[in-house]
Design a protein around this ligand. Structure first.
Ligand code: TXA
Ligand code: MG
Length: 316
């Protein structure tokens, strides 16, 4: 695992040979950043406590924060967790895709307890990205993969974001280009009768309610149930000012729609486009070392809810 390449030398295109190399690295306990449809993940073998410990170490992530386990399909997922009929219906409809289901761990589930922070639950998803799926299939392993950024920092949506932050600490970065969705998966706890969103994300509450024909809860408040809910998270180095209508002195303004700034999340006011641009623009604005990053208001509809959730935490 001592492949000490230059910082950017670790970025590799997702060729069959590199996917094989990634799978081998993972089987040996190494860490590989992989593109997904949401953000880049920092993958390690979820069966190997040392590999998982390296993930926590590389990110500086607190051990009480469980990792999402990425698998190839529902069939594999059912070997790891208890699925209710409703959970299975959701998985069948949304996988592969940006929905993480929090389920009860099955007795004898071989995922290392460190990955699930010692909880009797497990967060599972099947990513909708050909490179992520190719790596999972080639490795034949469940992969623990949190977002590939230092704990608390802005999530990565390009291979270069990963290299800038964690390049010195991981073995390889597979480059799948910019992530299509740009905000993390929705984390949905489906253990109780009423499903509850622990972290808003790419699959919206409205969409889930329509699909289930029932109300979906939303966990909020002081008690941290999903540390993606931690108050300060996704944070740039600069201060943040939200709901900014205009730029003030010493600020960089990230606009939205008709409020134009140094950058614009979406000139047409489209929240899907804004989600795809969010982290890249936060990275770009932060790189200018402004005193404050101001962000124009984003409507709270659809993906806007996930964007506003991340902006509030970034402002922490
Ligand atoms: O889109 C995504 O979900 C990305 C890509 C790489 O798949 N991954 C991601 O992982 O965002 P991470 O570790 O940054 O966020 C995982 C979230 C955290 O809020 C964590 O607390 C929650 O999922 N989570 C994971 N397992 C859980 C569990 N058993 N119970 C409650 N929350 C859980
Ligand atoms: Mg994260």
């Amino acid at each position: 695992m001592q492949k000490i390449l230059s910082k950017f030398g670790k970025i590799a295109p997702p060729t069959p040979r590199n996917i094989e190399a990634a799978a081998r690295t993972l089987a040996e306990g190494g860490l590989v950043a992989i593109p997904t449809e949401t953000v880049y993940g920092l993958a390690g073998n979820a069966l190997d406590k040392y590999a998982v410990a390296r993930i926590f170490e590389a990110k500086g992530r607190p051990f009480f924060n469980p990792l999402i386990i990425h698998v190839a399909d529902l069939h594999t997922a059912k070997k790891l967790a208890e699925f209710s009929a409703e959970a299975e219906k959701l998985a069948a409809a949304y996988w592969p895709g940006p929905l993480t289901l929090v389920l009860k761990r099955k007795a004898g589930c071989p995922i290392t307890l460190l990955a699930t922070a010692g909880l009797d639950s497990i967060g599972l998803r099947v990513p909708a990205h050909r490179t992520a799926l190719a790596v999972i299939r080639e490795a034949r392993l469940p992969l623990a993969a949190p977002s590939a950024n230092s704990s608390g920092a802005i999530s990565p949506t390009t291979a270069r974001h990963v290299a800038n932050d964690l390049g010195g600490k991981i073995d390889m970065i597979l480059d799948g280009g910019a992530c299509e969705i740009g905000v993390e998966s929705t984390v949905l706890d489906v253990r109780a009768r009423q499903p509850r969103i622990l972290r808003p994300g790419a699959v919206t509450k409205e969409e889930l309610e329509r699909f289930l024909g029932a109300r979906v809860g939303r966990a909020k408040g002081a008690k941290v149930e999903s540390p993606g809910q931690l108050e300060s998270h996704y944070a740039p180095k600069a201060k943040m000012r939200l709901n900014a209508k205009a730029k003030r002195k010493g600020e960089i303004l990230i606009g939205f729609g008709k409020i134009n700034g140094d950058f614009n999340l979406s000139e047409t006011g489209n929240v899907v486009e804004a989600a795809a641009n969010l982290y890249a623009l936060l990275h770009a604005a932060d790189a200018e070392h402004p005193g404050t990053i101001a962000v124009a208001p984003v409507p709270d509809k659809g993906l806007g809810a996930a964007i506003n959730d991340r902006l509030r935490r970034a402002a922490g």
